[in-house]
Design a protein around this ligand. Sequence first.
Ligand SMILES: [Fe+2]
Ligand SMILES: [Fe+2]
Length: 246
Amino acid sequence: MLRAFYFHVLMISKKQSIAEILSYNPSLQPVFDRYDSWKAHLAMPLHGIAPDIFTDHDFLVEILRAFDKPRRFCPTRFLRFPVHIVLDYLYRTHRYYAQKRMPEIEQTIGQLAHAYGDDHPLLRLLQSFFPGYRQHLEAHMALEEDTLFPYILDLTERVSGKQAEKSIFSHYSLDEFLISHEEDELDEQLCAMHDLIRQRHPELKRVFLFQVLSTQLKAFGKDLFIHEQIEDHVLVAQARRLERRV
Ligand SMILES: [Fe+2]
Ligand SMILES: [Fe+2]
């Protein structure tokens, strides 16, 4: 009890170990899942873990705080980090969504199909939504990795004088990116689907697999919201600053 109070007052910091942070809030594990080998460093304070594991300890603490208290999440707190640290997190997150988040949700849907049959209205609803949603998510991430992220890397190279030739991204528009990014509504679509299945199937509320799916959808929606906010309000703001300097 005293331990929980201690963490509540002090907030997450680099002085705490991964084990302490996860015992305070187990739902923070997905943040660590973006990084390789984190399970080998459970007992060590974050600041003592080699930087090649977490890239930047201060960024990690800030993102853990955002996931811990999403209502207090303020994207502008991330503006102080260098562009390559922000990009590192975004690339890792894309990989995490494709390799872990979506497969976990699909596995739960498969287990529900096994338990209830493909003809159950819930399964028809899920199976009509998820394949398209996955394609949409993958196309969204691929577009960012093929255009926005390389454009920003190109800007950093030009600002540092490492690249003298004319940029291949001379017609890239951050305003156009922001419009299409907002239209994609990845987190809103997921939250809407979550609400819809809860409304249509209140009879499944106490079914374990349904609770698992509900928790996964809610967590993914929250994760996507933070991710998209960082892209819109941190990465794009940093890119605009770089544009003014080239
Ligand atoms: Fe992204
Ligand atoms: Fe995005």
